[in-house]
Design a protein around this ligand. Structure first.
Ligand code: GS8
Length: 222
């Protein structure tokens, strides 16, 4: 990267959305400064100024200019730095498919997972069934390919694998195993984790499990 370029990530370590951005930046071999935000306490004035609409992380500041919303940030990074290898496919149809599944993941996955750790009893059973069904739909989208876009790690992989460090918490609080219910996704996660960009960018799932345990206590769930 040219020395005139500066990349700053407004971050929160457990954020599955920040993880996406970290993976995309690592895929492009870009270095950046991560600044941890206190999202439950006082957010920095830089965050409030950079993302006045949602006041959420992640925000990527490129030479001081903010880009917000994680899937949009990954898109920006890919357009701005197409090498060493673009994350989005070149054909319009492939790109439309990638945007469709990204939208599906954004609408369903984090909320679906939160419904598991936030509930108990019958509600929990329903949340678990729905989450497994979301993953089944994603398995259908992947088909017999190694990755969502084909034989190489791409945009939808970044978007989904970013969320995967939370899966252990969903499994433990939900009492199920993704490897049993959604073996294709289980195998895909292991495949993605062999990439350095992914392995070094994701938080430890055990730490996320403990963090979610704290949130359950804060919400009076146990
Ligand atoms: C979600 C970001 C988000 O929820 C994206 O970037 O993709 N659609 C957005 N960020 C959370 C932290 S991770 O759960 C956040 O910043 N929350 C602060 C708040 O809600 O005030």
């Amino acid at each position: 990267m040219s020395t005139t370029e500066e990349l700053v990530l407004l971050d929160f370590w457990p954020s599955p959305f920040s993880s996406r951005v970290k993976i995309a930046l690592a895929e492009k071999g870009l270095t950046y400064e991560a600044r941890e935000e206190d999202i439950f306490g006082e957010k920095s004035s830089l965050l409030l100024k950079s993302n006045p609409i949602y006041e959420k992380v992640p925000v990527l500041l490129h030479n001081g200019k903010p880009v917000v919303e994680s899937s949009n940030i990954v898109y920006y990074v890919d357009e701005k730095w197409p090498s060493p290898s673009p994350l989005l496919p070149d054909c319009a149809y492939g790109r439309a498919r990638a945007r469709f599944w990204t939208d599906f993941i954004d609408k369903k996955m984090f909320e679906g997972g939160s419904a598991i750790w936030r509930s108990k009893g019958e509600e929990l059973e329903l949340a678990k069934t729905q989450f497994i069904d979301i993953l089944k739909k994603l398995e259908g989208a992947m088909g017999d390919k190694d990755y969502f876009g084909g034989d190489k790690f791409g945009y939808v992989d970044v978007v989904l694998i970013g969320l995967s460090s939370w899966f252990l918490a969903y499994e433990k609080f939900g009492g199920f195993k993704i490897d049993n219910e959604n073996p294709k996704i289980g195998a895909w996660i292991k495949r993605c984790l062999t990439r350095e960009s992914v392995a070094k960018s994701l938080p430890d799932p055990q730490r996320i499990y403990e963090f979610v345990g704290e949130m359950r206590k804060m919400n009076g769930i146990e």
